[in-house]
Design a protein around this ligand. Sequence first.
Ligand code: FDA
Length: 372
Amino acid sequence: MTDYLVVGSGLFGSTFAYEAAKRGNHVEVIEKRDHIAGNIYTKEVEGIQVHQYGAHIFHTKMKDIWEYVHQFAEFNNYVNSPIANYNGEIYNLPFNMNTFSKLWGVRTPAEAQAKIEEQKQNANVPEKPTNLEEQALSLVGTDIYEKLVKGYTEKQWGRKAVDLPSFIIRRIPVRFIYDNNYFSDPYQGIPKGGYTQIVEKMLSSDLIDVKLNTDFFAHKDEYLNSGKRIIFTGMIDQFFDYALGELEYRSLRFETEVKDVDNYQGNAVVNYTDAETPFTRVIEHKHFEFGKGNKGKTVITHEYPKDWHRGDEPYYPIDNKQNRSLYKQYTDLAAKEADNVVFGGRLGQYRYYNMDQTIMSALRLVKTEFGE
Ligand code: FDA
């Protein structure tokens, strides 16, 4: 049996801890926040499960992962169908026949296809797009780009579309059917009663000790010399004291408030796609659970993208050549620690993982750790 120290009680660390304890290993989990569950943490306010770190919708193509999470919670059949608000004009997302008929009054797929084709031609973009604007115009034409892509993307990245690389948008899904389901995965839903219960159950074994408000870096040497095998799900560059430089992130600021109305915006997710509105999305949490919650109350969150500086919450890794190369150099350092420390999760591996991918990646590590 091995003694493990898991740094971080998010979905990656908790999945690993659960599986390690199931195999009879002792696991200490340390978490610097005052609660478990990392970014999937939900908290009840006015009888509503509030997603504290941004909207989380579970969706996957992997049947085994879908079945795996059902050990820890029952899921509802929520389907993500966001709305776009462009200067007060309302459109359905993802781009589909509902969007096109509202934009242009078209009724058939052939009419919509012709309209997009005509706009692509008129946009006059070079054959090889050199920036995000040209790339998007070449994919969907002017109207969709101007109203639904440009402002949102510029706010998200904090830069003008003409200054962003084209590879950020490889494709823009366009559907010629009347279907507002954002994801194309066969399995989708929200855990009834929120996400925190999943992690609570994962960490409930007698073989797991959880210590909150405990930062690895406050006692780094002690932990490294503890003889425990470390599963580290914090930032890989911070682990190495930023010796090779900082990896870049995009951060977010959430403003959450209780409103004295039953129904504020009629949908869980409304994207504000113009450039002037400073927030990108407004989330109304009760709609994730079909209106559950106290009568006459609702909880909404405005989501503001922002630059990341050391000490801010690192939400999205910035995928570019420079960061990829720097991360690669950190993995070379990590390889030297491999006898003692394994890096996992979205921060340890510096990549955007959806929840299903996070679980899959933790289960892969379980297999290699336990030679299965
Ligand atoms: P996570 O960040 O959750 O956990 C890491 C933990 O380690 C944190 O609790 C942190 O406090 C702790 N930690 C860090 N450094 C430490 C230190 N030095 N000492 C102690 N503890 C430390 N996915 C999806 O499938 N559907 C969705 O709709 C969304 N939506 C979404 C919205 C937003 C805004 C974001 C940013 C992300 C999503 N996701 C998502 C992705 C989802 O959040 C992600 O897959 C998991 O939370 C990743 O779990 P991890 O355990 O890797 O990281």
